[in-house]
Design a binder for this molecule. Sequence first.
Ligand code: SF4
Ligand code: SF4
Length: 344
Amino acid sequence: MKKIAIDQFSELVKVLAERGPLYAPVKGKEGVNFQAIKNPADVTLDFYNTVLSPKSVFFPQSEDMIRYRITHGATEAQPVPQESRPAVILGVRPCDVRSFEIMDRHFLGAGVIDPYWKSKRDNTTVIGFAFDVSAAADPADFYNTFGYGAADPEGSDVFMVRTDKALLLKSMTDRGKKLLDSLGFLQVAGAQDEKVFEETVKKGKAVRTRSAEINPQVIAKKLVSVFDNGEFWQKVTMACIACGACTYGCPTCYCFDISDEMLFKEGSRKRFWDACTFTDFTLEASGHNPRPRIFQRYRQKVCHKYSYHVDKYGCISCVGCGRCTRVCPVNIDIFSIVDEANKL
Ligand code: SF4
Ligand code: SF4
């Protein structure tokens, strides 16, 4: 295990940013979010969790897939080369780290490998970051439901724990070890540091979030059985304005649309985030929309995450990060809805 004094943290950031793309939390007008780092001084470790999830590092909100040019009636098209330099994402909270595994099942394990997700995942070292285990969890969080702790290192290549004076950095994978071994200016951590690290992981398991007994197979079947209970779905989604904020913030929502943008005979085919709560998500070319009502679309969101995803990939597509509840302008809370449906 390695460590670095808090007041030398910007040195670590500087070196990582010089080597290749570095993504880390930055404070902006809308709160703290992951950004590509140009100025090491921009990085902050003083945050609870980012407003948007870190999925944008692997699955950007908008991404060019093909660029083309129309010349004399013919079209020249080239796939957009993928970033191949090793990258680092630093400061990912434990529940968000687990979201990457869920997204992998879809983008890598569904029979067709998504080259855009894969190239970024393959090239990126994940540095997880423990929550402050001496503080209470945000009331919207419910990651305990899925068995995650506030300082679980699982899924990270390197896991980072902050103490009063230092950052402890423990490698969890060969990739993480390679990264730490290459940073010669880091100090070797001592036995006392190892003890503090292990105690933090243990204390993290005692940090309580909201929690419910949710068995994936049972809730998957339950949601099928309550699918036609329109009264329930209308009641729990009555306030929803179909803004899509919950989906954009979510680390495990992966729906996207594809569209062409062209100007003066040059253009790109790009994919961009979509949301099943949007009015036109299922709008067909004929004008027919099989989900014209908001309650039908929000029901799709819940059923996809807690039922269809279980059937297809064997796990629930939610990590209990609480973002959808925090960002919702009308206080819709997926945890309460699933919990209520489970008791019907
Ligand atoms: S559904 Fe909500 S709580 Fe679950 S992962 Fe997405 S944003 Fe987080
Ligand atoms: S549940 Fe809330 S955040 Fe999600 S679409 Fe409805 S109003 Fe927007």
